[in-house]
Design a protein around this ligand. Structure first.
Ligand code: MG
Length: 453
């Protein structure tokens, strides 16, 4: 897939991503779908209205009537697709900075399109689309209440009584994204007392960047401490992810959350699907309970495709996802869902403090760094340096996606980002200095390779 990367199409609006291009993508998707009706949804980004108009025009042009869902979380758009049996074009750049936007395509089953389906659409991008005759182009209508129906679906699918009985206080930071329109109400309906920060939808993201990483969550951590909340919850721009802060105001690593949620789900013989960035915590957990960990290339599209394959083969996959807060519970829905994940985590916090829920998975240190590049030649030089570094290392190499070296007590990975001009370096160990050292060795090798180019 050239156009659709690991998480759909993304780019800086006006530079890499234009309304003309979004119109072409929607036209190609509409041509392949041949749907009488399709929908368009978006997150809060400033450019979202313009690009949603372009997507709607592309769909109408090839004869699909268009439901305009407005600003809703991606999982709410997916629920609408599933219930209405129609495909959806979602305009979102998820966690990327405000100047970015993108396109995510959801099938009429509410699931992100498979790689094969995306390739069919990519194949139609180059050719000229035959638009419908003037009297056969699609009509549009505005659909309201999509967020409301999503809130009801999530509340109905979790142990609301258990959460409500614990009388929890939750501090919420939707980061000015689409979750600002649903998560406050949803958490209140679960019986929580809710305090918010950065909770008005604003495509300029004045309070914080859409990515829920520690350096952006100072406000939330302070709110947890000053309000004596039991849990802090943060979303990314389209609210398909949730990241947590414990009752002491400490950031909880996404890997620790994923491991804690997985520990509550996994039994002997189950499989958990995760990316090559999978934490040692998950390795240790799956060994302990007799489950299998499948590591596959990074990206929600690939994880979903693999879960579908395993499901078709009769394997039990109760949980899948990545340590970035994007978790899937396939028995519920094959979609990452920030509010549902938060509610499932609240079920655990109803029993014991958040710091104890993840306590068994503490004591690991993750280090992440990046090496930027200007052009394809520099990118190639960096990846060649990573390959040389891997060949000279004593670690066991996994080249599923990038170069991962496992050392038993620690691991390091270098892989090119699917959405930004960066090579990301990840390392994890029980000792902070060990993780830092492995990341630094890799980073230095990559930079030396780039600068020699
Ligand atoms: Mg997202």
């Amino acid at each position: 897939m050239e156009v659709f990367g690991s998480s759909g199409v993304r780019g800086v609006v006006g530079e890499d991503l234009t309304p003309t291009f979004v119109l072409r993508v929607a036209t190609a998707a509409g041509t392949v779908w041949e749907a009488e009706r399709a929908a368009v949804a978006r997150d809060t980004r400033h450019t979202g209205g313009m690009l949603a108009d372009a997507a709607a025009a592309g769909l109408a042009r090839v004869g699909s009537d268009v439901d305009r869902l407005g600003v809703v979380p991606t999982p709410a758009a997916q629920l609408y697709a599933e219930r209405s049996g129609i495909p959806v074009v979602v305009i979102t750049a998820s966690h990327n900075p405000p100047e970015y936007n993108g396109v995510k395509l959801v099938g009429n089953d509410g699931i992100e399109l498979s790689i094969a389906a995306l390739e069919r659409i990519e194949g139609r991008l180059a050719g000229a689309a035959a638009g419908a005759r003037w009297d056969a182009v699609g009509e549009r209508r505005t659909v309201e209440g999509v967020g409301r129906r999503y809130i009801e679906a999530v509340c109905g699918a979790v142990d609301r009584e258990r959460i409500a009985d614990a009388a929890l206080t939750v501090a919420l930071d939707p980061g000015h994204g689409a979750g600002a329109l649903t998560s406050p109400e949803l958490l209140r309906e679960l019986g929580c007392r809710v305090l918010t920060v950065n909770a008005h939808p604003d495509g300029h993201f004045p309070g914080r960047d859409p990515e829920p990483v520690p350096e952006h969550l100072g406000d939330l951590r302070r709110l947890v401490r000053t309000s004596e909340a039991d849990l802090g919850v943060a979303h990314d721009g389209d609210a398909d992810r949730a990241i947590f802060v414990d009752e002491r105001g400490e950031y909880i690593e996404g890997d620790a959350t994923f491991a804690a949620l997985a520990a509550a789900e996994l039994g002997r013989g189950d499989t958990v699907v995760s990316a090559v960035t999978a934490s040692q915590r998950l390795v240790d957990l799956t060994e302990r309970v007799g489950a299998t960990l499948e590591r596959i290339p990074v990206g929600s599209t690939r994880i979903i495709s693999r879960v579908r394959e395993l499901d078709a083969a009769g394997e039990s996959v109760p949980i899948a996802g990545e340590g970035n807060g994007g978790v899937l519970f396939p028995a519920y829905r094959l979609a990452r869902d920030g509010a549902y994940a938060a509610a499932r985590f609240l079920e655990l916090v109803a029993e014991r403090p958040a710091s104890e829920v993840v306590g068994r998975f503490a004591g690991y240190h993750n280090v992440r760094t990046t090496v930027g590049y200007e052009d394809d030649a520099e990118r190639a030089a960096i990846l060649a340096a990573a390959e040389r570094h891997a060949a000279s290392s004593s670690g066991e190499l996994d080249a599923t996606d990038g170069y991962r070296l496992d050392f038993g007590d620690a691991w390091v990975l270098a892989r090119a980002s699917g959405t930004e001009p960066l090579v990301r370096v990840y390392a994890e160990a029980r000792e902070k200095a060990r993780a830092g050292g492995l990341a630094e060795e890799m980073r230095a090798a990559l930079e030396a390779g780039r600068d020699e180019e």
